[in-house]
Design a binder for this molecule. Structure first.
Ligand SMILES: NC(=[NH2+])NCCC[C@H](N)C(=O)O
Ligand SMILES: [Mn+2]
Ligand SMILES: [Mn+2]
Length: 335
C-alpha cells in the first residue's frame, strides 16, 4: 500500500465525506424499512372491528454504551421479546387485554444501533436517528411507541421526539432507583445518568414524578430542586403510597400527554437481579403495578429500560420480569 504522508490527511478528509454520505444512505434505508413496517401494523390495527384509538407498539433500541458501569442492556430487546411470548405464560394481561389482538399490541422490530455505530456515526446523529424512528411510529396512527431498551439514555431522544411531534411537553411518571438527572456525568452528554436533565432543560416535560429513588447524592438533590422534580424516595414510600396509587397526570395547561419510563432497577433486586446497578430496598412488582394500573391520564408513550441479560440469573427470571412490565404498560396505554 502507498506510504502514509501528507496525502494521508487529505485521504482521511475524503473518507470522512464519503462516510457521512454513506451513513445517510444507511439511515434513510433504515427509516424507510421502519416506515413500511409501521404502515402495515397500522393498517392491520385499523382494519379490525372498528380499529383502535391507541395500539401499543414495541420498538427495540439495542443501545447500551451510555451505561456508566456495564453495557449489557444492549442485548436486552430480543430476550424481552422472547419472554413476552414465553410458553410458560399466556397472551392475556392482568386486566384481560389479549396481546395477540393487533389493535392492542404491535411490534415494529429493533432499530440498527450497532450497525450505525460500526459505520462511525456521531453520538448526536445516532440519538437523532432514535428520535426520527419514534416519530415514524407516531406518524402511523393508532400506533404509540413503547420502547424496549437499552440503557436509560434513550429516554431523552424518545421523549424529545414525542414532545416535538405533539407540539408541547408531556408529564412523566419515572420508576427508578436513580434520579438520572446529573447535569454532567463522565462528560457524557448522553449518559444514562443524565436523560432527565436533558429532558427538563429542553422543556420536553412539565411534571416529572419519580418513584423508587434510593441512590441519590447532593448533585442529584440540587438538580431536583432546580427543575422542581417531584421525587418520591423509597425511605418515604409507606407514607407516599396512597398518593402514588391515585395519581392523575397530563392535565396541566399545554401538556400533551403522559409518558411512563420504567427502569428495571427500580424494582428491588430480589424481584429483578438482572440489572447493572443493584440497589437494595426497592419496589415490589406489585407496587409498580398498583401505581401503573391506577394511573389516570392519556399515555402517549413509554419505555422499559436497563434490563441487563448478561447479569440475569440462570432461569432468565429478569427477562420475564421486564417482559411483564412491557405487557402491563402496553395494556395500560392501549385503547
Ligand atoms: N442511572 C444509573 N444507573 N446511575 C448510576 C450512577 C452511579 C454513579 N456511580 C453515581 O455516582 O451515581
Ligand atoms: Mn435509570
Ligand atoms: Mn436506575
Amino acid at each position: 500500500i502507498a506510504p502514509l504522508g501528507s496525502s494521508f490527511a487529505q485521504a482521511q478528509e475524503r473518507v470522512t465525506k464519503l462516510t457521512e454520505s454513506g451513513q445517510d444512505e444507511v439511515i434513510n434505508a433504515s427509516l424507510k424499512f421502519l416506515k413500511e413496517k409501521a404502515k402495515l401494523k397500522a393498517k392491520t390495527a385499523n382494519g379490525i372491528l372498528g380499529g383502535a384509538i391507541a395500539t401499543s407498539t414495541i420498538l427495540g433500541v439495542p443501545l447500551g454504551h451510555n451505561g456508566s458501569y456495564h453495557e449489557g442492556p444492549t442485548f436486552a430487546p430480543p430476550l424481552v421479546r422472547e419472554a413476552i411470548w414465553n410458553a410458560s405464560t399466556n397472551s392475556t394481561t392482568e386486566e384481560g387485554k389479549n396481546l395477540v389482538d393487533p389493535r392492542v399490541f404491535a411490534d415494529v422490530g429493533d432499530i440498527p444501533i450497532q450497525d450505525l455505530r460500526n459505520l462511525g456515526i456521531s453520538e448526536d446523529r445516532l440519538m437523532n436517528f432514535v428520535s426520527d424512528s419514534v416519530k415514524i411510529v407516531m406518524d402511523h396512527a393508532p400506533l404509540r411507541p413503547l420502547i424496549v431498551g437499552g440503557d436509560h439514555s434513550i429516554t431523552f431522544p424518545v421523549v424529545r421526539a414525542i414532545s416535538e411531534k405533539l407540539g408541547g411537553p408531556v408529564d412523566i411518571l419515572h420508576f427508578d432507583a436513580h434520579p438520572d438527572i446529573y447535569e454532567n456525568f463522565d462528560n457524557n452528554y448522553y449518559s444514562h445518568a443524565s436523560p432527565f436533565a436533558r429532558i427538563m432543560e429542553g422543556k420536553y416535560a412539565k411534571r416529572l414524578v419519580q418513584v423508587g429513588i434510593r441512590s441519590i447524592n447532593d448533585a442529584g438533590r440540587q438538580q431536583i430542586e432546580k427543575y422542581g422534580v417531584e421525587t418520591h424516595e423509597m425511605r418515604n414510600f409507606a407514607k407516599d403510597r396512597d398518593y402514588l396509587e391515585n395519581l392523575t397526570l397530563g392535565t396541566g395547561e399545554g401538556v400533551k400527554g403522559v409518558y411512563v419510563s420504567i427502569d428495571v432497577d427500580s424494582l428491588d433486586p430480589g424481584f429483578a437481579p438482572g440489572v447493572s446497578h443493584i440497589e437494595s430496598g426497592g419496589l415490589s412488582f406489585r407496587d409498580i403495578l398498583n401505581i401503573l394500573q391506577n394511573l389516570k391520564g392519556n399515555i402517549v408513550g413509554g419505555d422499559v429500560v436497563e434490563f441487563n441479560p448478561i447479569l440475569d440469573v440462570s432461569n432468565r427470571m429478569t427477562s420475564l420480569v421486564a417482559a411483564k412490565l412491557v405487557r402491563e404498560l402496553a395494556a395500560k396505554m392501549s385503547k
